[in-house]
Design a protein around this ligand. Structure first.
Ligand code: AMP
Length: 395
């Protein structure tokens, strides 16, 4: 078990907290979705209440290793101050840890909060170079990692800094580790994985790692058509990952050998063009028109997948069932979101598109955990070691 903020002495300590404040901003620099800021608040409030001086850091966007005020964290500081209803001192220096930042950190009073500038203004950050890690570590003691969204990257502010300071998880990180850890180590059975998205190749390591853990795998999205084709059906102009045809057959064989119920769509919603205005119709996968593409799972498949989800005690979902961004091809993804929402199972959604989908359909309420990290949750489920988790101290 990894240590958390509750396992270290915080009173009168300067605490460096790596958050994931990588929020979307519009052309005027206004934050369009502050969910990631809100997700960090429980840890920040706890540290304030414990009498720590809280020094926050994050990356935002891709400033390419040099200062670019388009990616300044100023809007994050402003929004965080509104949410906390407390002052958030923001210090912006091109070198990120410059004289003003050091002085401000030194002077920061217990219970107060400051935010340093975008750590990716320094090119050393993404290279995990010890020099910058030391500079960051010099600001505080201990280090709290609450940035699950970047836990799959070994950078100075997520991993390197842990070489110099005691390292513990924040509440958000702790929750992510708990849910994904339970999925892999101690899932309540029956355990179903719902997998979609566009490319089979992207999901192969995930499927391989889940095969000895799950009872059922439900396949949808663009990737389903490679499986459909591998079984000898024609798929019209649907997405095809031709390099993965043999791999798809192998996976289905392995699933069979492992006793996993591996379901691919029986019916699909097809259209001539990748366009919401293109007339849509439902076809069996054995009878897809040669000049049309499959853009969603069909109603019969949605119903089967719903049943499977309702019969499960644990469900993890990664990747949409169709082009949910277009209303005519959203029904399959919506059906899965609704089933997860309605089910009493432990329901976990990897971040990214599936998380966006449940939000779009306003079905977050009944979901046990919606991850804040798309890439990180995928790597966790693939069984990879996440450097931002591995670097934390053991209890
Ligand atoms: P990924 O980026 O691999 O997670 O795939 C997510 C994207 O796949 C979403 O933007 C969906 O719109 C898209 N998608 C889902 N189903 C299909 C499909 N049948 N054909 C083409 N794209 C799809």
């Amino acid at each position: 078990m990894k240590k958390t903020v509750q396992d270290v002495d915080l009173k009168n300590k300067k605490v460096f907290v790596r958050c994931d404040f990588n929020v979307p901003v519009d052309d005027d620099g206004a934050i369009t979705d502050d969910r990631r800021i809100r997700a960090a608040v429980p840890t920040i409030r706890y540290l304030m209440e414990q009498g720590a001086a809280v020094i926050l850091a994050s990356h935002m966007g891709r400033p390419k290793g040099k200062p670019d005020m388009k990616y300044s964290l100023q809007p994050v500081a402003d929004r965080l101050a509104e949410i906390l209803e407390a002052d958030v001192q923001f210090v912006s220096e091109p070198e990120v840890v410059g004289p003003q930042t050091k002085a401000a950190a030194e002077a920061l009073a217990p219970g107060s909060v400051m935010l340093i500038e975008n750590v990716r203004f320094r090119e050393e950050e993404t290279k995990n170079e010890p020099g910058f890690s030391k500079e960051l570590a010099g600001l505080a003691d201990p280090f709290v990692n609450d940035a699950f969204g970047t836990a799959h990257r070994a950078h100075c502010s997520t991993v390197g800094i842990a070489d110099y300071l005691p390292a513990v998880s924040g509440f958000l990180m702790e929750k992510e580790i708990r849910f994904f850890g339970d999925l892999l180590e101690d899932p309540k059975k029956p355990f179903t994985a719902v997998l979609g998205g566009s490319k089979v190749a992207d999901k192969i390591p995930l499927i391989e790692n889940l095969l000895d853990k799950v009872d059922t795998i439900l396949i949808g999205g663009g990737m389903a058509f490679t499986f459909v084709k591998a079984q000898g059906n024609e798929i019209g102009t649907s997405l095809l990952d031709s390099d993965s045809l043999q791999l798809s057959l192998d996976i289905m064989e392995k699933a069979k050998a492992a006793g996993v119920d591996f379901l691919i769509p029986q019916d699909v919603v097809c259209a001539k063009e990748f366009n919401n205005d293109s007339p849509a119709s439902v076809h069996a996968v054995t009878d897809m028109p040669a000049d049309e593409m499959g853009l969603d799972i069909g109603p019969a498949t949605s119903e089967i997948y719903r049943q499977k989800i309702m019969e499960s005690a644990t469900v993890v979902w990664n990747g949409p069932m169709g082009v949910f961004e277009m209303d005519n091809f959203a029904a399959g993804t919506k059906a899965v979101a609704a089933a997860m929402n309605d089910s009493d199972a432990v329901t976990v959604i990897g971040g990214g598109d599936s998380a966006a989908a449940v939000r779009k359909f306003d079905m977050e309420e009944g979901i046990s955990h919606i991850s804040t990290g798309g890439g990180a949750s995928l790597e966790f489920l693939e069984g990879k070691v996440l450097p931002g988790v591995a670097c934390l101290d053991e209890k």
